[in-house]
Design a binder for this molecule. Structure first.
Ligand SMILES: NC(=O)C1=CN([C@@H]2O[C@H](COP(=O)(O)OP(=O)(O)OC[C@H]3O[C@@H](n4cnc5c(N)ncnc54)[C@H](OP(=O)(O)O)[C@@H]3O)[C@@H](O)[C@H]2O)C=CC1
Ligand SMILES: Cc1cn([C@H]2C[C@H](O)[C@@H](COP(=O)(O)OP(=O)(O)O[C@H]3O[C@@H](C)C(=O)[C@@H](O)[C@H]3O)O2)c(=O)[nH]c1=O
Ligand SMILES: [Mg+2]
Length: 334
């Protein structure tokens, strides 16, 4: 697909045939511009766009919109003038960010400020995705929105700076801090577990980091609800920072165990799990021991409640099976 294909108006209608019907009936769907092309959250929103008529989704990524290039951000948004922007793209390689600070900073810290400036000039609300990794993990209960931040690594720090930059540029924003995102799309822990288990009988996974596995499919539903609220009401109480995460906590080892328990009876890959400590699994970036998020504010203000992580995980595992050819090396095991 040529990069300029997203540059014409047909990109909007191609993503939502139902939206076209609305246009013909004189009811125009609301136009949601989402940053990124192949990412998990953007893909989930594009898929959702196929099944509802309220929003028409435009996924806009490189080269049409390059977050590392502030001029391209201004040009891309100004040319399309959407009703709402979802800032879903980011530099998400947590370990790589430790040695690629400049890229993480450009994409995660600078770009959200530029998106906010352009959106403010055009009067467009922004929903921005951020992360549980803004916290250091020393709290022993779930983190609330007002808790002090203290990122342990470059990725978390760069995302926190992005929150500040967006908030400084526009009041008309919602920052959704989410966590441990998985989906049938892109790269994520769930797909890694299935892929590795297709070729290995034993797997070691850390058991001393607690968080909330969150399905990008559920995030997309939540974003649509928040977008609807922002476009209906200007109230400042609807704006600000909110935590959005799957219900229930898990360690990465618990998450892996759940994935294998679901996959095995479906005839999918599974492996024997060794529960290890972070010290036994050295990584470039430190990760919080506890990054569970308290989500009551989003429920009370926006009416968003999330399913428990186990039920959403089962949906995603079943969608990932059988593994695609390029996802496994040993087809006889699945
Ligand atoms: N993944 C996770 O576990 C978590 C993610 N988050 C946050 O949620 C949001 C969505 O994450 P997720 O969907 O998982 O992300 P992914 O890693 O799946 O996708 C990242 C997206 O960012 C795009 N992107 C990266 N660099 C640029 C750039 N320079 N210009 C334009 N687009 C770029 C990628 O583009 P392309 O499509 O071209 O590859 C891709 O679409 C992010 O803000 C992330 O920080 C928060 C908590 C957990
Ligand atoms: C693949 C693998 C990972 N691990 C550990 C490493 C790490 O501590 C943990 C998770 O590893 P991952 O690299 O998949 O996940 P990680 O990159 O830490 O995921 C994070 O991504 C960013 C974008 C976020 O915003 C966070 O919310 C979080 O989802 O599991 C094992 O113990 N065994 C394994 O086989
Ligand atoms: Mg990772």
């Amino acid at each position: 697909m040529s990069g300029s294909s997203a540059d014409n108006a047909s990109s909007w209608s191609r993503l939502s045939s139902l939206g076209r019907k609305d246009i013909e009936a004189g009811r125009k769907p609301l136009r949601m511009l989402v940053t990124g092309r192949e990412g998990q959250v953007v893909s989930a929103l594009v898929e959702l766009g196929w099944h509802q008529e309220e929003f028409e989704i435009l996924a806009l990524g490189r080269p049409d919109l390059d977050l590392a290039d502030t001029r391209s951000i201004d040009g891309a948004i100004t040319a399309r003038r959407p009703d709402i922007i979802v800032s879903a793209a980011a530099y998400t390689a947590v370990d790589q960010a430790e040695t690629d600070k400049a890229s993480a900073h450009a994409v995660n810290s600078i770009a959200p400020g530029e998106i906010g400036r352009v959106a403010s000039r055009l009067g467009i609300p922004v929903i921005h995705l951020s992360t549980d990794y803004v916290f250091d993990g020393t709290k022993t209960s779930p983190y609330e929105e007002t808790d002090p931040t203290n990122p342990l690594g470059v990725y978390g720090r760069s995302k926190l700076e992005g929150e500040y930059a967006l908030a400084a540029a526009t009041d008309d924003h919602v920052i959704l801090r989410t966590a441990w995102v998985y989906s049938p799309f892109g790269r994520n822990f769930l797909k890694t577990m299935l892929t590795v288990a297709a070729t290995r009988d034993h797997l070691s996974v850390v058991d001393d980091q607690q968080g909330n596995p969150t399905s990008a499919l559920d995030i997309a539903d939540a974003i649509v609800t928040v977008a609807r609220n922002l476009l209906q009401e200007r109230a400042s109480t609807l704006r600000g920072t909110f935590h959005l995460a799957g219900r229930g906590a898990a360690s990465w080892a618990d998450f892996a165990a759940g994935i294998f328990e679901t996959s095995r009876p479906m005839g999918g890959p599974s492996a024997e799990l060794a529960r290890i400590t972070s010290a036994d699994y050295p990584t470039a970036a430190r990760r919080p021991a506890n990054s569970r998020l308290h989500t009551a504010k989003l429920a009370s203000v926006h009416g968003v409640t999330m399913p428990d992580w186990q039920s959403s995980m089962r949906t995603v595992v079943s969608r990932c099976l059988p593994l695609r050819d390029n996802n496994h090396q040993n087809p006889s095991k699945i």
